[in-house]
Design a protein around this ligand. Sequence first.
Ligand code: NDP
Length: 603
Amino acid sequence: MEESQPAPIDLEAIRERYAYERDRRIRPDGARQYRSAAGEFGYYAKDPYTPFTEREPKTDGVDVLVIGAGFGGLLASASLRDAGFESIRLMDEAGDVGGTWYWNRYPGVRCDVESYVYMPLLEETGAMPTERYAKGEEIRRHAVRIAEHYDLYRDTLFQTRSTSLTWDEGQSEWIIETDRGDRFSARYVITSTGTLTQPKLPGIPGIERFRGHTFHTSRWDYAYTGGTADGNLTGLADKRVAVIGTGATGLQAVPLLAESAGELLVFQRTPSTVDVRDNRPTDPEWAASLKPGWQRERMENFLAVLAGEPVSELLVTDGWTATVALQRNIISGAVDDSLSDEERALRDELDDAATMNRIRARVEEVVADPATAEALKPWYRYMCKRPGFSDHYLQVFNRPGVTLVDTSDTQGITAMTEGGIVVGDKEFAVDCVVFATGFDTGVSGVMSGTLPVTGRDGRGLLESWATGPRTLHGFYSHGFPNLFHLGALQNANSVNFVHILQEQAEHVAAVVARAERAGAQRIEPTAEAEEQWLCTLRETARDTTAFQAECTPGYYNGEGTRSITGFSYSPGPVAFHRLLREWREGDMSDVLVHETTAAEVAS
Ligand code: NDP
């Protein structure tokens, strides 16, 4: 780690500065400032990686349909394969498996969590990442490896979006319709549709007038830029290129763009935190020394550390494990109850300020031009935005031909013209604009309304959830048999989200296998079990609204208008996984239904 002198902490001054920086960024239009990559902007979401192929609609029946072929869907399918299921169909809008790693192929894309704990099923598939933080393409290929290893390509529907799920009570199965004219049945449906899937654009006045080339980072146009995710973007050599957005994506894409572009303008509204990355190749001796079971042990250890649970040894040390207590402001987990709430809040705030001071000092150490360095300093609490890590991003601003354009005074870019980008009264002529502007939240899957679900008695899922989601453990709902949701819903979260998905996948597979063995007619939680889980969530809830209200705007806090953390299981993922394990040891009588009574049908 790079050394920097700790700055003295003046908490009052820091609080004032944070409030000032937040206030000047709050826009009355909040999340409405963005445009979805749909309708007239639909071409921004078009798949540039796989040519569209025609196929005949499906009208058959399968045992299990898995919607979403990212790591969640792959892990659920792999667990079901291990449990003996042969008839598994994977469906995705993409042209292949990989989810976020299918879509995000921009130059510099890498994993932000150590690959040895992030990339799932390494031992099962005989794989070892080549680097501590693997490249996106390596991770995407690992997703393909998993699909091949578990023979999941046998039955896939890519380039396909499900348009409705309807429970057929007579046949005890789901009828699935899609945008490709399919109408087939499945006994079980698992949805794992991700959260940050739909690219979004800033609603910049005149955006449609720009005559140069534009695209979103999650649909990288290599036909225009040339090169690969490793760089060498020869098509940009004579171009003046603009990047809009400096979140986790911007941080990774900017260094390689700077190497290739004739000139690069980085349009920043709010600076990210940029902490030390410390990537390195995998040490072959270390890899050879690992004993069977090492990955699970490392994943569990990392999860426990981040969840604030006691561990005897720290197997991973990185920027995430260094900021555990600060993550509690956003992510569920155990808190230190040897202190009062007030004492803990003050300790965390001091800790936060020390971390942020160190990060701000790093900007000053690395960036030569004082005005640029000043503009790159983040002024908010550590978890207000997704923490960033890079050993190349800040350095880019010392290169000739790279300019940082600070748009904070105008709350972002003012306008776009035929030839460029306007900030305040200054116009910057550019040939190409790369939107690193992130994703719509909550637009995919059953919660979004884009996939209507009709359960027993013709009841809609969102109708049934009119006052908020109702599930048992986040997986399933009363009235919607044999339907499972994977993702962040009424359960526990962590930075290593793939691990969270793996536990969910294994749980669902175990429940389905048990139901099959027990000859259960369907899997459906009782209304009482569902209610009890909601009570548990309420009783254990920790309110992060105050923290988020003081944060600079971003997608974590609905652009400064609300808290979006919602209901999760506050004691954290380790406690949640323990709870699931104990529940599985029981008789599962609160979800396994052996016969349909008239009363149940009517309830
Ligand atoms: P973000 O939403 O984090 O960032 C969008 C960027 O666009 C912000 O810098 C935002 O500024 C800027 N922006 C938006 N509108 C305007 C405007 N009108 N004018 C100027 N700037 C504007 O998107 P990312 O794609 O960077 O990241 C999304 C998430 O994806 C991450 O938080 C992370 O969870 C995940 N991710 C993970 C990676 C990994 O693990 N390797 C890599 C990349 C992404 P402002 O902050 O002011 O709103």
